[in-house]
Ligand binder design. Structure first.
Ligand SMILES: *Cc1c(COP(=O)(O)O)cnc(C)c1O
Length: 424
């Protein structure tokens, strides 16, 4: 094994230390920290509604204070190790790499976390914060139910009430996750307004929260929304990137040429990117859903096809319909099916600190089956987008090069759907 000081072009060559505002070993690179107005360049921002603004401010002040307390740091550390199962391993996918005939592909195995995805990382943080602020309840929206399950898990663990707003259409579609949330003790509020999906669930959850801001905490499911959520969620997810960088160096003696992650709202991507933002030699790539194709209306490729706009109280790239409203979007991965994206990614794109590519539903299904058959790993359809892109780009690289993919979750939830689409 080589050390971090050999002369390979992909060894660590940064002398400047990552400036961090926080004092535990995880933290956010300055390029993705907000201004006092909660802005990342022109993106993000604070909520204007006076009562919600007061509540958000309490959360922001509480968050920034608590992440500096030994008590909180030690409790998070204990739960990460003994409850989630961190650090998640880095795995060299040898058969997948060989078959591709190019770069070596590695996975950060967030699919091995308790509850099967990366979302538990920020849900634990949000619920622990709620508890330290003296709240008795967490409130959230959920689309496919992944965020709802992770939050209900953390709430059960800490003995807090959990109220999950979910569209009636999604409740029908995502039955196993609804059952999980019920078993975990969550109260599910069905939302029948409008299309009965995620957008209406967000509005309903906010409204309910407004009536009980003093006793509850709103827990957003990705690195988006008004301040302080992008900062808070990406902070809790940054454990993924910091672990990955250390592990990758320790096993290969180098840094990866590329770090690849799927982008829905952007939490798993910002989590793994945050470990590598100070490394100019590492290329960061976010992968969006091209659905049925970027030239059709049926995709959710916010960064590739969106415009600068606003959604749910913050500014970002957004897909709009002809009336200037957030557009109905499509992806076979319901966790990527959102017309907006986190403000940090919007800024990283403009500053060219990360690039954003897209893969279609068909390419995603192909990667899902290939990984299952070659490595015995069934990935989430969301994660399969990142894998599909890695498989494609690996072919253009040499066998000495490497790609690190954030394998954000496991695919148990997707097996029935995939069987209905693939002829076996
Ligand atoms: C929710 C989810 C995503 C998408 O959300 P991000 O905030 O963009 O990470 C990706 N992968 C899995 C497994 C998910 O559950």
């Amino acid at each position: 094994m080589t050390t971090a000081n050999n002369s390979n072009s992909h060894t660590v060559n940064k002398t400047q230390d990552t400036p961090q505002k926080t004092c535990d070993k995880y933290g956010l690179h300055q390029s993705i920290l907000p201004s006092d107005e909660g802005l990342y360049g022109e993106y993000g921002g604070k909520i204007e509604h006076p009562e919600l603004a007061r509540a958000m401010n309490e959360i922001e002040v509480g968050f920034r204070k608590i992440i500096k307390s030994d008590d909180f740091i030690n409790e998070m550390q204990r739960l990460r190790e003994t409850y989630v199962g961190r650090p998640s391993p880095i795995y060299h996918a040898r058969r997948l790499s060989e078959q591709g005939g190019g770069a070596q592909i590695y996975f950060k195995r967030e699919d091995l976390n308790h509850t099967g995805a990366h979302k538990i990382n920020h849900c634990l943080g949000e619920v622990l914060l709620a508890k330290k602020l003296g709240k008795t309840k967490v409130i959230a929206e959920t689309g496919a139910g992944q965020h709802g399950v992770a939050l209900a898990t953390a709430a059960a663990l800490m003995g807090l009430e959990c109220e999950i707003h979910m569209g009636v259409v999604d409740i029908k579609k995502e039955h196993p996750n609804v059952s999980r949330m019920k078993i975990l003790g969550a109260n599910i509020v069905p939302v029948s307004q409008g299309a009965g999906t995620l957008k209406e669930a967000v509005d309903s959850a906010f409204e309910s929260y407004l009536g009980q801001v003093d006793s509850s905490l709103f827990a957003i499911g990705s690195a988006l929304g008004p301040a302080p959520y992008p900062e808070m969620v990406s902070y809790f997810q940054s454990v993924v990137g910091h672990e990955a960088r250390e592990q990758f160096l320790a096993t290969t003696g180098k840094l990866p040429n590329k770090v690849v992650a799927c982008v829905g709202g952007g939490s798993n991507a910002i989590g793994i990117f945050s470990g590598f933002l100070a490394d100019e030699c590492v290329e960061l790539v976010g992968v969006e859903p091209a659905g049925e194709g970027l030239d059709t209306p049926n995709h959710a490729a916010t960064m590739s096809k969106g415009v600068k706009g606003a959604i749910h109280g913050f500014k970002c790239y957004v897909l709009l319909d002809e009336n200037g409203e957030p557009a109905p979007v499509h992806s076979i991965a319901s966790g990527l099916d959102y017309p907006g994206v986190g403000p940090q990614h919007s800024l990283l794109k403009d500053k060219q600190l990360a690039s954003y590519e897209s893969v279609t539903d068909a390419e995603c299904l192909d990667a899902f089956m290939t990984l299952s058959r070659l490595e015995g790993i069934i990935p989430a359809l969301e994660s399969a987008h990142a894998i599909a892109y890695a498989m494609k780009i690996a072919k253009t690289m040499s066998a000495d090069d490497s790609i690190l993919v954030n394998l954000s979750g496991r695919g148990d939830k997707d097996i029935d759907f995939v069987l209905s689409k693939v002829d076996l």
